[in-house]
Design a protein around this ligand. Structure first.
Ligand SMILES: [Zn+2]
Length: 150
């Protein structure tokens, strides 16, 4: 699938969103439906509850996160969990990431997220039609099937 100006725009928004993650590798995801964002997600340490993040970040979270930095709930999953029921049909998921050097990094969803996106795409009333990510050189737009099997 070809990348449009809108795709570039929403990818940039996902990149900006990634800035709000407190993890070492910051990852952002936005789901856009009919030109409007319907769900956002950033990666969060999975050992902390969402409630703690909405009520302010605990002081020791960075130290804890450094210790357990690999244990995060990924941005794509957060966005899917935040999406309104029955509204995903035909939507596009944008995935963006910064590296620990604070540069734009490849943001292809990991194997777990690929499986979850693929499963969500097949679920009745769900149906993400495309995923956009940065492959390290260009933006790439693929169907959930291509993402999963590719
Ligand atoms: Zn993932």
């Amino acid at each position: 699938m070809s990348i449009s100006k809108r795709d570039e725009y929403w990818y940039e928004q996902a990149l900006m969103l990634a800035r709000s993650s407190i993890c070492k590798f910051t990852h952002g995801a936005i789901i856009v439906h009919k030109g409007k964002p319907i769900a956002y997600g950033v990666n969060i340490p999975c050992f902390r509850s969402v409630r703690e993040f909405t009520s302010g970040v605990p002081r020791d979270i960075h130290a804890e996160n450094r210790r357990r930095r690999n244990e995060t709930t990924h941005a794509e999953v957060r966005a899917l969990l935040n999406s309104p029921r029955g509204k995903l049909e035909g939507s596009i998921l944008y995935s963006a990431r910064f590296t620990k050097r604070n540069t734009e990094g490849p943001s292809c969803p990991c194997i777990s997220c690929k499986q979850i996106i693929f499963a969500a795409a097949r679920y009745p009333g769900k149906g993400i039609k495309a995923v956009v990510y940065f492959d390290g050189i260009d933006l790439v737009k693929v169907s959930p099937e291509e993402l999963y099997y590719g």
